[in-house]
Design a protein around this ligand. Structure first.
Ligand code: ADP
Length: 714
């Protein structure tokens, strides 16, 4: 509907207009009725006017007829006694101003006697009234003429006087004075603007109520005359006046004499429509003006109500909705838009804004929590689509794979996997499809870092969706360490098994031999010595292994404190010196060396392991040098020997658990492969560094760098 597309203001205007329409209708209808009533009144008025003139005329004709009858009875008249007749006629004319003349004509038309004296012989043989009176033998009418005796405009009537045989003896004539009509109109007060005209049978104006002099003797409009001739005897109509030119309500009446077929007189009475309707028009105009003022007031009121109580408040709601849409959740309108349905709407708006704000707050908190979890989790988390395109990645992803966040967003998961079958991208896609169908999948995967290094990961993928698109949420844990531990465990179990079994087998072998054979004392002593050595080796192995495990698990509480380097080195050398008196142990320690920070027990163990290796892997009588250097913040301890040395390719492996260099030169030298692994762990506990230099056949140097004590520590 069109109304629904309009603004509220226009709608109210339309409603006011619709509400006002019936009143306007009633106003117009009553106006029209009033006009019709007035027109009807005017018709009646003109009819009455015409009627009154008709009756005057009829009375006049009747009295004239009686006069004629009376005169026709007079001998003087009948016998054309000129003087006597003229005296009678003159006397009557004197008494009757309604006539211009009274005269008697003989059947040839010659006037024999006349109230108005004649100059010479006058004939009326050509006059209509005369001829008609002769023909019809009745009272006959004439037409507009100028009297031949009176020289005045007149309308004559003729009345035949018959003899006993019915022959016309004479015609008595009377000229009608138009002054008579003036008198009639004087007695009849004409309505304002009304016009009355009296026309003869040919349409010549005999008299007119308004400006008679101007119109008397002039022909009336031929059209009107034709209309009257063709029309009924009496008619009232509304039409344009041909004389004055305005629209009028008009009534005409035709007058006939007894026996005449053609009318001898037309009477027309008219009232201008403007005058007739002036009252109705004025009243309609007044009513319409009042109506327009009332309508204007109603429209202004509607406009005011619409603006103040609806539009302004709706605008407030509209502006507030916009602000709400732009994210301003603090916006409230109930105070501004109070009361009524709009007030309820405003309250509902506020409630909605309040709830939205609360929800947004909750959402923000949960998003921030989620972000925190997402970013602080130790595992790499990222979201990628079906094609592998990465859409979201957390901090741990950057650390795990070595890419920046921006770089990750430009990558595909294909770039993060090793690509080595069965860890290729197509293998990954198969697992993704499985996840889409069956849900979360967990598996181990060989991944690849930015630097190309491959590493083991445990991956959990879960189907999810972002903005309607199916995606994968992947959680990737770096399990390198676990894998290494697993590997180490395997190696350790087999090595420990082997290393422990070797002394045990020897012990058991000797014990069995002693139990089953007769062994003399000297032999028994020798066997005991071997068994003791094997038992010690087993003990070393177990002790070192346990130490190692304890270190790795950081089970002990260490006491880090400044330690005198010389005391440490000399103490450790003393521990070793006894079984190896054959080696020369020398010291290279500057006198003002600062203290080193460390746990005394651990550093003793570190040094004894290094010194015992130096002794073990160098020939009897060779020199072992223990040194120390200060580098400001750090102290570097060194153990140098002139032994068998090591090839360069084994140097980075000698610190591995159970690793022993496979060198035929030292096949007979026993060991567990745990000594240097313990050394590395002790260095790690102290946040220090260890370095080795070695030349096969010449000797080896181990350098351990540890933090130096600051002055405040001493
Ligand atoms: P082991 O008990 O075998 O000595 P270590 O862990 O102490 O175990 O040493 C690992 C290996 O490193 C040794 O088996 C040896 O081959 C080599 N090694 C360690 N110290 C020296 C050294 N000073 N000279 C030559 N080789 C050494």
């Amino acid at each position: 509907m069109i109304l629904s597309r309009l603004s509220i203001k226009l709608r109210l205007f339309v409603i006011v207009a619709i509400a006002a329409l019936p009143a306007l209708g009633i106003l117009l209808v009553s106006g029209v009725e009033h006009r019709n009533e007035d027109i009807h009144q005017a018709r009646v008025e003109t009819q009455k006017l015409a009627e009154s003139i008709v009756s005057e005329q009829n009375i006049f004709i009747a009295s004239t007829r009686q006069l004629f009858i009376a005169l026709s009875q007079l001998d003087e008249v009948r016998s054309f006694r000129r003087d006597k007749t003229q005296a009678i006629l003159a006397e009557i004319l004197k008494q009757s101003p309604q006539y211009t003349n009274l005269f008697v004509a003989d059947p040839t038309g010659i006037v024999r006697a006349s109230a108005v004296p004649l100059k010479g012989t006058v004939s009326v043989a050509d006059r209509r009234y005369f001829r008609n009176a002769l023909e019809s033998g009745r009272l006959s009418s004439g037409e507009y003429v100028t009297g031949r005796a009176t020289n005045k405009p007149t309308l004559n009537l003729g009345y035949p006087i018959m003899d006993a045989s019915g022959k016309v003896r004479a015609v008595i004539c009377a000229g009608l004075s138009f002054e008579y009509y003036r008198q009639i109109f004087k007695t009849h007060r004409l309505p304002r603007g009304a016009s009355v005209a009296i026309l003869d049978h040919a349409g010549t104006i005999l008299y007119r109520a308004v400006e008679p002099e101007k119109y008397i003797g002039r022909p009336a409009d031929a059209g009107i005359v034709r209309h009257m001739l063709a029309g009924p005897d009496e008619e009232t109509s509304t039409g344009k006046s041909s004389v004055i030119g305005d629209v009028r309500v008009q009534t005409y009446r035709k007058l006939r004499l007894d026996g005449e077929t053609a009318p001898y007189l037309f009477i027309r009475a008219g009232i201008p429509l403007g005058t007739v309707l002036s009252g109705a028009n004025a009243s309609l105009g007044k009513n319409l003006t009042l109506y327009a003022v009332a309508l204007l007031c109603a429209i202004l009121l509607a406009w005011y109500v619409a603006k103040k109580h609806i539009i302004d408040r709706v605008r407030v709601l509209q502006r507030s909705s916009q602000r709400l849409a732009e994210g301003d959740l603090s916006v409230r309108v109930a105070r501004e838009v109070g009361g009524g349905e709009l007030g309820m709407l405003g309250q509902a708006f506020d409630d909605m804004a309040g709830k939205l704000a609360a929800r947004e707050q909750a959402l923000r908190e949960s998003r921030s929590k989620y972000q925190d979890i997402f970013n602080t989790t130790h595992d790499a988390l990222f979201v990628h689509d079906r094609s592998g395109r990465i859409m979201e990645a957390n901090k741990a992803s950057e650390v795990t794979f070595g890419y920046t966040r921006e770089e990750l967003f430009r990558l595909s998961v294909a770039d993060l996997i090793s690509g080595i079958p069965p860890y290729s991208f197509s293998d990954a896609q198969n697992v993704m499809e499985k996840a889409f169908q069956e849900g979360t999948q967990q598996f181990e995967w060989l991944s690849r870092r930015r630097n190309g290094e491959t590493f083991w990961t445990e991956v959990t993928i879960t189907p999810t969706s972002i903005a309607g698109e199916r995606c994968i949420l992947a959680m990737v844990s770096d399990i390198t360490e676990r894998k290494e531990v697993e590997q180490m465990k395997e190696t350790m179990l087999s090595t420990v098994g082997h290393e422990m079994r070797t002394p045990l087998t020897a012990l058991l072998g000797f014990l069995e031999f002693i139990a089953e054979n007769r062994v003399d004392d000297a032999q028994l002593k020798e066997y005991h010595a071997v068994m003791h050595k094997e038992a010690e080796r087993l003990n070393d192995l177990i002790t070192n292994f346990l130490n190692m495990q304890r270190l790795k698990a950081r089970l002990q509480d260490y006491q880090f404190r400044p330690l005198d380097v010389r005391q440490l080195l000399e103490g450790a050398a003393d521990l070793i010196r006894n079984p190896s008196v054959m080696h020369r142990i020398s010291f290279d320690i500057p006198p003002d060396l600062p203290a080193v920070v460390g746990d005394e027990t651990l550093l003793f163990q570190l040094l004894t392991n290094l010194i015992s290796n130096a002794v073990k892997y160098s020939p009897v009588g060779s020199e072992v040098m223990l040194g120390a250097r200060s580098d400001g913040a750090e102290i570097t301890l060194s153990v140098h020997d002139c032994g068998i040395g090591m090839p360069p390719d084994v140097l980075d492996r000698i610190f591995d658990l159970f690793y022993r260099v496979d060198d035929p030169a030292k096949r007979l030298i026993t060991g567990t492969g745990l000594g240097l692994a313990i050394v590395r762990e002790i260095v790690a506990v102290h946040n220090g560094r260890i370095r080795v230099e070695s030349v096969p056949g010449q000797g080896s140097s181990f350098y351990v760098t540890l933090p130096a004590a600051t002055e405040s520590m001493n």
